[in-house]
Write a protein that binds this ligand. Structure first.
Ligand code: MN
Length: 128
């Protein structure tokens, strides 16, 4: 058993520009243990992930703000503070902040995350 502190003394927020469009900050909560990784992500308005999949699925808990999430082949859906999302294994999707709101979620990722291309039609973006 391991108890992980809410924020370890040596933890630093980081940006991941290779997998996110716009400005987002990642705070590691649980570094990968038995294939599970927990991270809190703060997205500035309109910032969002690239398309990706999770080997064994992902749980998102929206802590603040309003965001968007989209499964490939379906319309984007709104997510708000208090919502919990289950993303099934292998389902191609993206998630991020709504154009007019920041959004913070905790992401519990199961297995390997596989990253694909940037989203080209994000709602509210200049190129949408
Ligand atoms: Mn995801």
């Amino acid at each position: 058993m391991r108890i992980v502190p809410g924020r370890a003394a040596d933890t630093r927020s980081e940006q991941r520009p290779a997998t996110v469009t716009g400005e987002a900050w990642f705070d590691p909560i649980l570094p990968t243990a038995d294939g599970t990784t927990i991270t809190t992500v703060f997205f500035t308005p309109g910032a969002h992930t690239y398309w990706h999949t999770h080997e064994h699925g992902q749980i998102l808990q929206v802590l603040a703000g309003q965001g968007l999430i989209r499964t490939d082949g379906e319309p984007p859906r709104t997510i708000r503070a208090g919502d919990t999302v289950w993303v099934p294994a292998g389902e191609r999707h993206w998630h991020g902040a709504a154009p007019g709101s920041s959004m913070t979620h905790t992401a519990i990722s199961l297995g390997v995350t596989r990253w694909a291309e940037a989203v080209t039609d994000y709602p509210g973006a200049a190129d949408a």
